[in-house]
Design a protein around this ligand. Structure first.
Ligand SMILES: CC(C)(COP(=O)(O)OP(=O)(O)OC[C@H]1O[C@@H](n2cnc3c(N)ncnc32)[C@H](O)[C@@H]1OP(=O)(O)O)[C@@H](O)C(=O)NCCC(=O)NCCS
Length: 327
């Protein structure tokens, strides 16, 4: 007898593979809203379930492809917020009728809330596509819309585009940026570079916590979590002007950080470092993806001017578990 986790892992892999096949074979409108489900993604999710790091929630246990979400505690976010935080992946479902989809999502949302209560998590977060039925389902169960994320993509460039570095500036790469001291300096230089310092648009965790999280993202990216990593150094003032990082998986690159420190903005350096990042991603991935808040017009304009086009937007949803009155 396989352990329950391995059994769940197999069921999850089977349900996602079935959904992937439906999307591939029938295409929209079978599931207009589901992202493509590449085999690498499916096996990674199933492996996490198999290791007991994530748990499947399903609307009908005997028909897992008709409504599945994956619930996992997020130690990283929990550490920063000082309370349990969980992430939800999905929903994944073969269900065409909007009312049916909404009801299925409501059930998944309630299952997730029950899990959070049982595991003493106080915040559930997820990013999902903009299917109105799915949004209504989550919002109907008390989730809030924390942010609309713009997603963008473009093919990796075939040819190197010239990126003329202004006098006195120099690009730094992995070797110079990996040492922890340098990474910490970069994180300090970037400061609270993300919008108003909120975690997405949700003020509850507080700006200080959000800033600590973004700082940690910079540290982790620069010390090994991302590759390539790139910085623009102002040799004349001996300080950092910009950072860009990316993460490559399964022939796709996701831009992670793109930030210009405040004194250097609007001088063409954002365009320069992004162009150089595109050059460095040549031959390493077929597609380059980027994500930013839909209201981040400077970033959107910059991406568009370098050939990125909009892909399906992502809604970031949060649920704050009301723990008052609970033991
Ligand atoms: C987005 C960001 C990287 C742009 O860097 P930058 O060095 O200021 O941008 P550039 O000077 O290279 O400008 C490139 C293009 O971006 C757009 N842009 C940049 N700042 C803008 C602003 N304040 N308003 C409108 N458009 C702007 C313009 O299209 C500009 O081209 P143009 O000068 O021909 O009009 C920078 O504003 C930043 O670090 N923001 C905070 C972090 C962030 O939001 N990162 C985005 C990804 S999460």
């Amino acid at each position: 007898m396989p352990s329950p986790d391995l059994q769940s892992a197999r069921i999850v892999a089977g349900a996602l593979a079935l959904l992937a096949r439906e999307i591939r074979e029938v295409g929209p409108p079978v599931d207009l809203w589901s992202p493509s489900l590449p085999p690498g993604f499916i096996s990674e999710v199933a492996a996490r379930v198999g290791r007991g790091e994530a748990a499947p929630l399903w609307v009908e246990e005997r028909h897992p492809a008709r409504g599945l979400a994956i619930y996992s505690p997020s130690p990283w976010e929990s550490e920063f917020f000082g309370f349990g935080t969980a992430r939800l992946l999905g929903p994944f479902m073969v269900a065409e009728r909007q009312r049916d989809r909404e009801n299925r999502v409501r059930k998944l949302a309630r299952l997730a809330i029950d899990r959070a209560l049982a595991g003493q998590a106080r915040l559930i977060t997820l990013k999902t596509f903009h299917d109105p039925a799915v949004l209504r389902g989550f919002l109907g169960e008390g989730f809030i819309m924390a942010e609309i994320g713009a997603t963008l993509e473009r093919p990796a460039p075939d040819e190197e585009a010239p990126a003329a570095v202004p006098a006195g500036f120099v690009f730094l790469g992995e070797t110079e940026l990996r040492p922890a001291g340098m990474a910490a300096e970069a994180a300090t230089a970037l400061g609270d570079f993300f919008y108003d310092g909120h975690y997405r648009h949700d003020p509850t965790p507080g700006p200080e916590t959000a800033c600590r999280m973004w700082r940690q993202t910079v540290l982790e990216d620069l010390t090994g979590a991302a590759a390539p990593v790139l910085a623009l150094w102002d040799g004349r003032k001996d300080r950092l002007a910009a950072v860009a990082t990316a993460r490559i998986a399964a022939n796709e690159a996701a831009l992670s950080i793109l930030a210009v420190t405040r004194p250097y903005r609007r001088r063409g350096l954002g365009r320069l470092i992004l162009l150089e990042m595109l050059n460095r991603l040549r031959g390493k991935s077929a597609i380059i993806r980027a994500e930013t808040a839909s209201y981040n017009l400077p970033a959107l304009r910059l991406y568009h001017s370098l050939g990125f086009v909009n892909a399906a937007p992502l809604a970031a949803l949060h649920y704050h578990v009301h723990t008052e009155g609970l033991k």
